[in-house]
Structures are given as structure tokens and as C-alpha cells.
Design a protein. Structure first.
Length: 319
């Protein structure tokens, strides 16, 4: 029997990417506290659970006061007194309370935010770090971190989400531990920025920590080349690879069944996208890529997996 939930509270904040988000705090009767800040990705699939946003003029409709109210007035009363370690019961209670298949009534941001905060509160109550609370007291393995360098060029009107994708990351799979993996990736990112400044002295502005290369490069291949060179220059060849999120759905135009402005100017068919990615796999140390095609193209994802021979993450595909 674990500690009992005594409070579930949410408020609106501006989170790390400058977007409006909930901050959810769950407190237990032994004084343990868990806090979460649920955020959605830039590229979200049609079938993903829905965030509850305010709409209207305030913050261009992106406020989350309605979601905060849902937590404070509906979810909190339903969870008070529950065992904070009973994660399945907590999640099931919220899902039943919401009553919709995509969480749109209470909001996925409300439900996920409370679920994560409850998990952290339970871990604190148990005196364990979250990874050991989830994986067991003997847990020793953490996922390999991916370290973002930024986004590629922009080759057409960005619409609502194309400014932020594809995004490119380092993956230090040979570092032997989380701490080293972060440092190695950081060194590669610093070297990439040095190369960008050296090769595009009049176009590249290194003032920002993340790199957006709109108007700097003519093809995202140029960034992949510099990232690969950075790995070699830092002495991590064969130990650090590249990962990127294509977010191809952002570039797919259904009326012409083509991808417009993905990686470079112009239109591409599905086969041409796969051919481009195959060239990347052969030329650069790619270990994984995400959402290479639009979310309903199951056949295309099968072909991509067979042709590319690396890990394909179907984020938008499987949600």
C-alpha cells in the first residue's frame, strides 16, 4: 500500500520551447511531490490523442486554462485518496472519466500531465529515481539520448509546422554511458556549428543554441555532411551516428500525392523520397530515422524498412 494522493493541481505556464503548457503537480500524504510539463511534438499525427486548448484570441487560441480547469475540478476529485503507486488504476480512472476515444474532452495534456506527475510522485514516495521505479531497483540501463543540432533548410512556404522539421540529432551509441553520450554529442554539435560558421560566414547566425538553416543551405544533405565530418573531427567515428525526424507528413500534399519541399526544393513521389533516404543511408552514419512518409502510407513504410535497412520509427504512423 502506497501513500495517498492529497492534491492534484495544474496551471498554465510558458514551457521551454516557448509554447503554452500545463504544469501539473501531484502531492501525496507523506509529503512526496511529482511535477510534470506535458508538451506535444511539433509534428503530430491525425490519430494522436487531442490536447485541450482554449481557442479564441488569447495566445492565438493556444492557451491551456481549460485543461488546467479540467485537472483542478474534474480529475482531482476523482483521484483524491487513491494509492499514488496504483498507476494503472489512476490512468484507468482518468480514461473512464474522459469517456472519448481520443481524450478530447479532458484533454490528453491534462491526462498525460497528471499521469506523469503521479508517476514521479510515486517514485519520490518510494525513495527511488524514476528510471529505477519503473525498471526495478536493479535497473542499470538508460536509453541512448539523442542530441538535437536543429533543423535543415526551408524550401517552400512553411505553413504551420514546416519551420521545425526535419530535425537532426546526434546519437552516441558507443559512449558506454549516458553521461559520456551527452558530452560526446555536445562536442559534435559544437563542431558542427563551427563548420557552419566557417562555410557560411555571411548567412549563418550562431547566436542561437539551436540551428535553423532556412536561407543558409540549399539542401539538407549539406547539414548531414557537416554533422558526419564533425563526428570524424571529434574522434567518434563508428561510435556516434545520426538520427533525424523527417516528419514527412508535414510536406505531403494529398491532392498531388507528392512531398513538396522535403530536404530540398521541388516535388518528390514516394519512391523518390525513399531513393533520397537510401542515398543518405549509404553516404552518412544514419542509425535511425522517424516518419519518412505520410502517416497513412503503410505500404510505403514497409518498403522503406526493407530498402533502408536501419531502424524506422513510425511515430505518426502508429499513433
Amino acid at each position: 500500500m502506497g501513500a495517498r494522493i492529497t492534491s492534484v493541481q495544474a496551471k498554465e505556464i510558458i514551457a521551454q520551447r516557448g509554447v503554452l503548457s500545463l504544469q501539473v503537480t501531484v502531492t501525496a500524504d507523506d509529503g512526496s511531490v511529482g511535477i510534470s510539463t506535458p508538451e506535444s511534438g511539433v509534428s503530430t499525427g491525425t490519430f494522436e490523442a487531442k490536447f485541450l486548448l482554449d481557442g479564441g484570441d488569447r495566445y492565438k487560441g493556444l492557451g491551456v486554462l481549460k485543461a488546467a480547469e479540467a485537472v483542478n475540478t474534474e480529475i482531482q476529485p476523482a483521484l483524491l485518496g487513491m494509492d499514488v503507486t496504483a498507476q494503472e488504476a489512476i490512468d484507468g480512472t482518468m480514461t473512464e472519466l474522459d469517456g472519448t476515444p481520443d481524450k478530447r474532452r479532458l484533454g490528453a495534456n491534462s491526462i498525460v500531465g497528471v499521469s506523469l506527475a503521479a508517476l514521479k510522485c510515486a517514485a519520490a514516495s518510494s525513495g527511488l529515481p524514476v528510471y529505477r521505479y519503473i525498471g526495478g531497483v536493479g535497473a542499470r540501463t538508460l536509453p541512448i539520448p539523442i542530441y538535437g543540432i536543429g533543423t535543415g533548410g526551408r524550401y517552400r512556404d512553411p505553413g504551420t509546422s514546416r519551420w521545425f522539421k526535419p530535425s537532426y540529432e546526434f546519437c552516441a551509441y558507443g559512449a558506454g554511458g549516458y553521461r559520456n553520450a551527452v558530452e560526446w554529442s555536445w562536442r559534435c554539435a559544437q563542431e558542427t556549428r563551427r563548420l557552419l560558421k566557417e562555410r557560411y560566414p555571411t548567412k549563418y547566425n550562431p547566436a542561437y543554441r539551436n540551428t535553423g538553416l532556412a536561407g543558409v543551405i540549399d539542401h539538407d544533405r549539406e547539414l548531414l555532411e557537416m554533422m558526419t565530418e564533425s563526428i570524424v573531427n571529434c574522434g567518434y567515428e563508428g561510435q556516434v551516428g545520426l538520427y533525424f525526424d523527417c516528419a514527412a507528413d508535414c510536406y505531403y500534399e494529398e491532392d498531388i500525392d507528392k512531398y513538396v519541399g522535403l530536404f530540398c526544393p521541388g516535388e518528390k513521389t514516394r519512391d523518390e523520397v525513399i531513393e533520397e533516404l537510401l542515398g543518405f543511408v549509404h553516404a552518412y552514419p544514419l542509425v535511425s530515422l522517424e516518419d519518412p512518409l505520410h502517416e497513412d502510407d503503410f505500404e510505403g513504410h514497409t518498403l522503406a524498412t526493407q530498402e533502408l535497412g536501419i531502424e524506422i520509427v513510425g511515430d505518426d504512423l502508429f499513433t
